[in-house]
Write a protein of this length. Structure first.
Length: 337
């Protein structure tokens, strides 16, 4: 296996054993690195249509749609011999966009529970991810110690119901929009909100503006590698809004760690959350002014917390053996694509 990766992309340092990594900066370099014809090419990033057309002409091109086609066109995916995605929700959007060569089974994913020590302390970090290409971010990054950290250096759960965000603060999650509807409800309840994640300056700024009515109840802890220690310290994981979300690995992680999930009923959450057993689904607050979320909040405050680990059949769908079996079926299907 050979991985062709842009040299500025650090993710693939977690490469499979035995895989060779080849840095590729330009489309022409990728074409030159591959065999002339007949290779099996998996594309994990959006390709320009000229490159996709050339790869499809020479090779068997399999495209991974890692994000839902929400208000977007399939473009390069139409060139692929097969298109793979991660949830039934995304499959439906691809079908609706006219993608014909679509693999019918979602790959879903597998939660990585080996990330950290459940007994270790969770310490505050910056909630910002600085883009060092921007002068503003370089300046603000140098001033980072002056703002943005939780008041406490080490996390300890506060008395009362605790909702937690464990996620990057990025546009697809739509946290500012979510809290513009939920913050007035949370302001009327004895609920704490803990945010374990980081994002760009504008995203964090907009989120802080949305949570202004409950600012005293909210703490930012920055991005945390040690999610095994984070999830047991919250009562419920709070997701973002659903339509731009492809799957939500944090939803899988939380459930497998014993932390139930609160999610709007929509997108992939109807597949990853077993309502009433591994968490609760509520009506999208944009549809009912957060009335259903209010009802749900009143309900969970007066009953024992769910333990998602009791729903073993549901969680086994997202364990590594099931994921490996899905990948095996995909590889067997590709020659017929």
């Amino acid at each position: 296996m050979t991985l062709y990766v842009h040299p500025d992309n650090p993710f693939w340092r977690l490469r499979p054993d035995g895989a060779e990594i080849v840095p590729v900066r330009k489309d022409a370099d990728l074409i030159a690195c591959l065999p002339g014809t007949g290779a099996l090419v998996f594309a994990h990033t959006k390709l320009g249509e000229p490159l996709a057309t050339e790869l499809a002409r020479r090779h068997r091109l399999v495209g991974f749609a890692h994000l839902p086609l929400h208000q977007r066109q399939p473009d390069w995916l139409q060139q692929c011999a097969l298109v793979v995605t991660v949830s039934q929700y995304c499959i439906g959007l691809l079908k609706g966009a006219g993608v014909e060569r679509l693999y019918p089974e979602p790959l879903y994913g597998a939660a990585d529970l080996a990330r950290g020590d459940a007994q270790a302390a969770v310490k505050a970090a910056s909630p910002y991810i600085w883009d060092r290409r921007k002068a503003r971010d370089r300046l603000l990054g140098s001033m980072q110690p002056l703002f943005g950290l939780a008041r406490e250096a080490e996390y300890a759960k506060r008395p009362g119901l605790t909702l937690g965000i464990v996620s990057l603060i990025v546009p697809i999650k739509q946290f500012p929009l979510l809290f513009s509807h939920l913050a007035p409800v949370l302001a009327r309840h004895a609920v704490n909100v803990e945010i374990f994640g980081a994002g760009g300056y504008a995203q964090v700024r907009d989120l802080k503006k949305a949570i202004a009515p409950i600012a005293a109840k909210v703490r930012f802890w920055g991005y945390q590698e040690n999610v095994a220690a984070v999830y047991p310290g919250i009562d419920y994981l709070l997701t973002g809004l659903p339509e731009k979300e492809a799957l939500g690995l944090n939803v899988l992680e939380a459930q497998l760690c014993g932390t139930p999930v609160l999610a709007p009923r929509g997108g992939p959450f109807v597949e990853t959350v077993l309502d009433g057993a591994t968490g609760f689904l509520y009506r999208d607050p944009r549809e009912d002014g957060a009335a259903d979320f209010t009802r749900l909040l009143d309900s969970i405050r007066n009953k024992p917390k769910l333990d998602p680990r009791g729903a073993s059949a549901h969680l086994e769908r997202f364990a590594y053996p099931a994921f490996a079996a899905r990948v095996r079926r995909l590889l067997e299907a590709i020659p017929q694509a």
